[in-house]
Design a protein around this ligand. Structure first.
Ligand code: NAP
Length: 184
């Protein structure tokens, strides 16, 4: 028996909600942070590479072990490979997650214990919202911890360019209103 617990997430990017969750377990377990979708990069949901995300998290936790987990097919065989990889890379006995697929995979394993984390203000802190704000030029800094802010700021252009490109212009224009009933 060991006291190692792995906290799984994509951390695209690491934000204040993630930090609150990590902080709430850091004294209880020997914590490992596993960055999921490590091989994905440049997509709408996964703009940052594993190394970039690791660097951002490292700014907050200089000592915590950080590993990357690549994705496999989302079928029984792929999920089994993903689980084996997680076990090998982390040697953890407990897995902290709220992801429904992760939870079902861990529950089927006889040895691993699932720790269902509480999300910290998920309506305020969300990776999707941080990315949306960066892409639309809105304020995003208040959603991320100070220890991660500058490393994320270094990656703004990459986050803006990843995935679907939207045209954002400041200010509301009547002609852009989809329910416009006025003459243009
Ligand atoms: P997710 O589905 O992206 O996240 C689930 C929700 O939990 C999101 O709202 C997320 O918020 C939030 N969240 C995740 N970690 C958090 C944390 N530490 N603190 C606070 N909120 C957190 O999934 P995920 O749990 O981040 O990542 C699971 C990873 O495992 C993915 O990379 C997935 O591809 C991988 N996986 C792969 C396989 C396979 O290859 N077959 C199978 C299972 C899982 P945010 O959006 O704000 O982060």
């Amino acid at each position: 028996m060991n006291n190692r617990a792995v906290i799984v997430g994509r951390f695209q990017p690491f934000h204040e909600g993630h930090k609150q969750v990590v902080d709430s377990y850091i004294d209880e377990y020997e914590l490992v942070i596993a960055i999921g979708s490590a091989s994905e990069e440049g997509t709408e949901e996964n703009p940052l590479s594993f190394e970039e995300r690791k660097k951002i998290i490292r700014g907050c936790y200089p000592e915590v072990e950080i590993v990357g987990l690549e994705d496999f097919e989302r079928d029984d065989e792929g999920n089994r490979k993903w689980l084996e990889h997680l076990k090998e890379e982390t040697e953890a006995e407990k897995v902290i997650s709220r992801n429904s697929l992760v939870k079902s995979i861990i529950r089927e394993d006889e040895k691993l214990e699932l720790v269902e984390q509480d999300l910290h203000d998920p309506n305020i802190y969300s990776g999707t919202e941080v990315r949306r704000r960066i892409k639309s030029g809105e304020e995003w800094r208040y959603l991320v911890p100070g220890c991660a802010e500058e490393a994320i700021a270094d990656k703004l252009e990459k986050i803006k360019k990843s995935g679907i490109q939207y045209e954002f212009e400041p200010g509301w224009k009547r002609e852009n209103s989809y329910h416009d009933t006025f003459e243009k």
